[in-house]
Design a protein around this ligand. Structure first.
Ligand SMILES: [Fe+2]
Length: 209
């Protein structure tokens, strides 16, 4: 069933990994291959999204490494960060070589749909819950967004870290490795309301250790 029609499936059961192969072989390679498969028709976008996602993954890992929480699965965090924008493969954004049918705002739910099909339900929720600082039902209704009416806000620590890390990088060609300052983020986010900036400030406090 399409995630556009469903409110179900909010599972957090962790996927099983094969621990017998080298880390890079079992993880980076697979995440990049999954990304590459879904961007097969958009090689330009693949390179942009991969580079962007690598930056996000590096920042997410740096944040996580300072958090003494044994429940935080760093491998899952890195995989999910690499895959968080996979839904971009189905949007309409000629600027970065994407010629799908959907508006940009849908890339989170599209990513969830793709990764659930790939058998990665936990990674899938990172996709759905990473837009801005998260989208609530109220945002979706008030802004008449073309999205299912359900809360799409980060719930787990890993989801929160990736959502936060993503704010620091754009997918603008030529600026992929430029890290934005917190002030850059605050200024841009203010257009969406002070309540969004307040969430960002809470995360700055939480992740600045
Ligand atoms: Fe992103």
């Amino acid at each position: 069933m399409s995630v556009f029609a469903s409110n179900a499936g909010l599972t957090h059961k962790l996927p099983q990994y094969n621990n017998n192969c080298p880390l890079e072989a079992r993880y980076h390679l697979n995440a990049v291959l999954i990304l590459k498969k879904h961007f097969a028709a958009s090689p330009e976008a693949f390179h942009i999204v991969l580079e962007h996602s690598r930056m996000v993954a590096a920042k997410a890992l740096a944040i996580a490494s300072a958090i003494p929480d044994p429940s935080l699965d760093l491998r899952l965090l890195e995989e999910a960060a690499l895959l968080h924008d996979i839904g971009v493969s189905r949007i309409h954004a000629p600027r970065i070589g994407c010629h799908g049918d959907h508006p940009y705002i849908c890339h989170g739910v599209l990513g969830r749909e793709i990764l659930e099909t790939e058998g990665l339900p936990v990674h899938a929720m990172v996709c759905e819950r990473h837009i801005g600082v998260g989208l609530g039902v109220k945002d979706i209704v008030q802004q008449r967004l073309p999205l299912p009416k359900r809360d799409m806000v980060p719930v787990t620590l890993a989801e929160r870290i990736i959502c936060f890390a993503d704010l620091f990088y754009s997918k603008r060609p030529g600026s992929l490795d430029r890290e934005k300052s917190p002030d850059d983020i605050r200024t841009a986010m203010l257009r969406h309301g002070s309540h969004k900036v307040a969430i960002f400030e809470r995360w700055v406090q939480e992740f600045s250790r």
